[in-house]
Ligand binder design. Structure first.
Ligand SMILES: [Zn+2]
Ligand SMILES: [Zn+2]
Ligand SMILES: [Zn+2]
Length: 256
């Protein structure tokens, strides 16, 4: 299975509009981070995790022409406001399954009401043909042939879902891994985990130190950090993280 990091930035992206800090003024391509999206690929099957505002640019950059399913971790704007760009995969009568946390189904249908509206449609215009597939805590879904276990995790006063796929663990926008959820991730070899920055804790996200410690405590071989805020350039993050942990960047591909 291959992982492709489509977007590895926190909610503002990097560079942040108007900011001239070290990472925002960096010329290293790894310091240009779109909002979060991740692609799982195996044998021509593809699952997209999250649909951020830069989705179209990410799909073009990576040359992605087809998807089997979309999986949404939680409904924060930086993870879902590119939903309309999924239209390209549902032209004609084609439908795309979109797995969403059951708790958010109603909110999703309200926020993107036009997608599922029964009202009159303008000829020659289109909306994404998405079939909502709700999932809940502990569910194992079959998305485009991938068997994915979904785990509800704390994200400050909100929550988000983490996923286990084989020996891969994915924790997007969580800030803790409580005991029962930890059991789901035991035995994984690769961890993808969100972290904003070094030092200062954030109520809704891991810090770099916490993310690296989590990977070490789970005994994984490789911890890949994503959802990174501006402030510290990629090269410095890579230098400061302990061995076994590394920052991801947009366009990174990893075999797992
Ligand atoms: Zn986020
Ligand atoms: Zn900045
Ligand atoms: Zn979030």
């Amino acid at each position: 299975m291959r992982l492709r990091f489509l977007g590895t930035g926190a909610s503002f992206g990097v560079p942040v509009v108007g900011c001239e800090c070290e990472s925002c003024s960096s010329e290293d391509h790894r310091d240009r981070r779109g909002r979060h999206a991740l692609l799982l690929e195996d044998d021509g099957r593809r699952v997209l995790i999250d649909a951020p505002p830069e989705l179209r640019l990410q799909l073009l950059r990576e040359g992605i022409k087809d998807l089997g399913a979309v999986l949404i971790s939680h409904p924060h704007a930086d993870h879902i406001h590119g939903l309309d760009d999924l239209r390209v995969f549902t032209r004609g009568s084609r439908r795309l399954p979109m797995y969403v946390p059951a708790e958010f189904e109603e909110e999703l249908r309200r926020r993107f009401g036009y997608v599922w509206s029964d009202g009159p449609r303008q000829p020659e215009s289109s909306v994404p043909g998405l079939d909502v597939m709700p999932y809940g805590d502990g569910d194992t879904i079959q998305a485009a042939g991938f068997s994915i276990t979904c785990v509800r995790l704390p994200h400050g006063i909100h929550f988000s879902y983490g996923f286990r796929v084989g020996r891969l663990g994915i924790l997007i926008d969580a800030n803790r891994l409580p005991g029962p959820a930890r059991d789901v991730f035991s035995g994984i070899e690769t961890l993808v985990v969100n972290a904003l920055w070094f030092g200062r804790p954030h109520p809704g996200h891991f810090s770099m130190e916490q993310a690296a410690e989590l990977g070490a405590s789970l005994g994984v071989r490789r911890t890949l950090i994503t959802h990174i805020a501006h402030g510290t350039p990629h090269a410095e993050i890579a230098r400061r993280l302990p061995s076994g942990s590394e920052p991801a960047f947009d366009g990174l591909r990893v075999e797992v």
